[in-house]
Design a protein around this ligand. Structure first.
Ligand code: SF4
Length: 231
């Protein structure tokens, strides 16, 4: 668990920028995304759908052991074997199909299937192409854009919505695009900032702002209007 380095932080300006500063001060840099290659980032972005990262790590370790962490090599693996390798990540049959679809897209679009060839293209074009890949939704596409291709897009996830609704910075019922637009409008369009911010949000959501929040030790509790409120 990420431990904050001190207690309550009084006087936090309750804003998207202020929350970022407070979380960075409390938790420090998170060094995301934990992967050796951009393709491994993309694989992780698919595998992490509806599961905890610890499960993804086990699935990726299996893929590394099987020496199939390239699009070409992964496409050579029969479906049943691939599903078995990624079993720790859950929904393994569905995710095996999604990984295959992603690899087919990369082999079709990129020389040598190398995902890095997508990086120089405009963000909206790459995003729209990724969203056409079966099983790639907005969060997965944006994770790939930000963490594999270094595009400045804010990744929205369930933690983001829960935390910022509780903080009163987002009203309930906003779409993914609405939430993302709020962050884009409030923050400078910087890849490093978006990289760190999403990782810090995950740290807070995973360990503190859970469905039943642990407000008593949360670094934002001095300014959060929902502090101490049961879920
Ligand atoms: S104080 Fe409680 S509700 Fe507010 S952000 Fe922290 S954990 Fe979530």
């Amino acid at each position: 668990m990420t431990e904050p380095d001190s207690e309550v932080r009084p006087g936090l300006r309750l804003s998207f920028a202020g929350v970022y500063e407070a979380l960075l001060e409390a938790f420090g840099p998170q060094h995301w995304w934990p992967a050796d290659t951009p393709f491994e980032v993309a694989v992780g972005a698919v595998l992490t759908q509806n599961t905890a990262w610890t499960n993804v790590e086990r699935a990726i370790a299996n893929l590394k052991d099987a020496d199939c962490l390239t699009p070409g090599a992964l496409l050579e693996v029969p479906h049943e074997r691939l599903a078995g390798l990624i079993r720790p990540a859950g929904y393994f049959n569905v995710k095996a199909g999604r990984l295959r679809a992603l690899c087919e897209f990369l082999v079709r679009e990129c020389p040598d299937g190398d995902i890095r060839h997508l990086a120089p293209r405009p963000t909206p074009a790459v995003r729209s192409d990724l969203l056409r890949v079966k099983g790639v939704g907005e969060e997965t596409a944006d994770s790939i854009l930000l963490y594999a291709l270094d595009h400045p897009v804010f990744v929205v996830d369930a933690y983001t919505v829960r935390i910022f609704e509780r903080l009163g910075l987002l009203e309930p019922g906003l779409s993914y695009g609405d939430v993302q637009e709020r962050f884009h409008a409030a923050l400078p369009s910087e890849r490093a900032l978006f990289n760190e911010y999403h990782a810090l949000v995950v740290a807070l959501g995973k360990d503190y702002c859970k469905p039943r929040p642990r407000c008593g030790t949360c670094p934002l509790r001095g300014d959060c209007p929902a502090s101490g409120t049961p879920d």
